[in-house]
Design a protein around this ligand. Structure first.
Ligand SMILES: [Zn+2]
Length: 541
């Protein structure tokens, strides 16, 4: 501790959990500018304060490093919050009622967006059809995104506007679902999205204006800090986000740190202008490019080595060939751009690991820090490959809450043991970052702490946890939402633990997750969020 140093902020009377192995706990933290300058006991830190120092008295509460979400879609968080929220509908009549209510509040002709519906959670266990949606929305184009964001339902007006009819062929890597008469049902799978709104998932293009998208990002950034997030990864950004984040930062409306990955279609442009991972500031930073290889399990589009247990012959979809994956990874790696590749099924993950291995052998990059987003289905023999290639598994434990209900049927009794295998990955020493894939699930890192340690849903089901052999300890879970999040973007020396010299990013929570029963972790509340020494969120404030 330096003599003569005057703090801008002192957090005292705290149960500080540092996530720093050299000094695991403390009572107090001192901040100067945007950095942590002292970690110690109350007396030591108070001695560095004067009357201008802002004193934050934690009153015994727990203070942690600020939370990271390593896989989010902030643009969609904002747009979805503004549309029809269909996450909890129990049947199709209820689904239609919600759409009807939104249509009543929307001008004729304007797009109605909805999200979160899931046939698995509706009594009918089938997709709604466009004709059903037409019955409540005859005069508005409607676009309703499945919970998994890989299936889309549009109504007849949207179909007509986009020129889709019974003669429109399904595109590569996608499907226009048709009924027995050959009529499109309104359901679009995977790449068929491009017929309606190409680039929507990246940029909001095709459905929303730039101003609407900027407002959506502003909303998402504000909501993120209310969940204790000090850093979020926008895993799939496009030109709208890049511009909007810059404007929001200049306008003082970006309370959270943002790392963004551009969709891989921007790779050539990025290389042409010499953009490399790490460009930007610790507030807004280019992290790399994101590539999507397969689909999702619940839509039977995740690419498996063996067919789905409930769909004979169906091994899912690879949206890109292995050759295309290699072209992107090779070009990115040669040009200092890091990649995060979406791969869910064991076949997709194997292909991506093969590519990483080949490219490492060819290019011999110093620290490519490859990431696989999701990495849901991994057999034991694949775990070692993650370690050997130092691939970060960018995982979403929060999905266990719902997916435990359909994984056994989709995979069968043997293969379901390979789903969400965090203990295996941890024991092998694999780096694991953690996200929520929000808006698929709310961007609440506390639910990731709960689901990775307990493997239960919000109601505590199943009581012993789903495949309890894969539960991980709280210490590991906390690392995944802090220091491992920083590691994933190559910023572990800058943030992710409460360590002198690092950025002053903290979250104050209602309970010590090590001391409360595991079942109560989900009820922990975020009381205060501090980014770079500034209080950006205060509960009730
Ligand atoms: Zn995602």
């Amino acid at each position: 501790m330096k003599q003569g140093l005057t703090l801008d902020m002192a957090i005292v009377n705290a149960n500080v959990i540092t996530i720093d192995p050299k000094k695991k706990t403390a009572q107090a933290v001192g901040v100067k500018g945007d950095r942590i300058v002292a970690v110690g006991n109350n007396e030591e830190i108070r001695a560095l304060a004067d009357k201008k120092t802002r004193i934050v008295d934690a009153e015994g509460r727990t203070v942690l490093p600020g939370f990271h979400d390593s896989h989010m879609h902030p643009l969609l968080v904002g747009h979805f919050a503004n549309g029809v929220v269909l996450n909890d509908v129990k049947n199709i009549p209820e689904f239609l009622q919600k759409v009807k209510e939104k249509v009543a509040k929307t001008p004729k002709g304007a797009v109605v967006l909805g999200s979160g519906w899931n046939q698995e959670r509706m009594e009918e266990k089938r997709y709604p059809t466009r004709w059903e949606v037409d019955s409540v929305a005859p005069d508005n184009p409607v676009f309703l995104i499945h919970w998994n964001a890989h299936i889309y339902l549009i109504n007849s007006m949207m179909m007509k506007q986009k020129g889709i009819d019974k003669d429109t062929p399904s595109p590569d890597g996608g499907e226009i679902e048709k009924n027995e008469k050959g009529e499109p049902t309104g359901i679009l799978l995977e790449n068929a999205l491009n017929l309606v709104a190409p680039g929507f998932l990246e940029t909001g293009a095709g459905l929303f204006s730039y101003e609407q998208s900027k407002a959506a990002l502003e909303f998402a950034a504000k909501r993120a800090v209310s969940y204790g997030l000090t850093s979020m990864v926008d895993i799939l950004a496009g030109d709208a986000q890049v511009k909007a984040y810059q404007e929001l930062e200049r306008e003082g409306k970006l309370p959270v740190r943002v790392n963004f990955y551009l969709g891989f279609q921007y790779l050539n442009q990025a290389v042409d202008i010499g953009l490399m991972s790490g460009f930007g500031s610790n507030k807004l930073r280019f992290a790399g490019v994101k590539m999507i290889t397969d689909g999702s399990l619940s839509s039977h589009t995740g690419a498996l080595k063996e067919p789905y247990a409930d769909a004979p012959g169906n091994r899912g979809i690879m949206r890109v060939s292995k050759k295309e994956i290699k072209e992107v990874v090779l070009k990115a790696t040669r040009n200092g751009i890091r990649v995060d590749v979406h791969a869910i099924g064991d076949r997709a993950i194997s292909d991506v690991l093969d590519v990483f291995e080949e490219v490492q052998n060819e290019v011999k990059p110093k620290d490519p820090r490859y990431k696989i987003s999701h990495a849901f289905i991994i057999s034991k023999d694949m775990v070692e490959r993650f370690k050997k290639l130092n691939v970060v598994a960018n995982v979403q434990p929060v999905f266990i809450a719902k997916a435990q209900n359909w994984i056994p049927r989709l995979l069968g009794p043997e293969r379901e043991k390979n789903a969400h295998v965090y203990k295996w990955l941890m024991d092998a020493g694999v780096h694991m970052a953690c996200g929520t894939d929000s808006p698929i699930e709310p961007e609440n890192p506390i639910m990731n702490l709960y689901t990775s340690t307990m493997r239960k849903d919000q109601n505590g089901v199943p009581p012993a946890g789903w495949h309890p052999e894969q539960k991980i300890p709280m210490e590991q879970a906390l690392k995944m939402v802090t220091i491992e999040g920083a590691y994933a973007t190559g910023q572990e020396d800058e943030k992710g633990s409460i360590t002198v010299g690092k950025l002053a990013d903290f979250v104050m929570v209602s309970d010590d997750p090590f001391r409360i029963p595991g079942d109560e972790v989900k009820d922990m509340k975020v009381l205060m969020t501090i980014v770079g020494g500034n209080v950006v969120y205060q509960k009730g404030g």
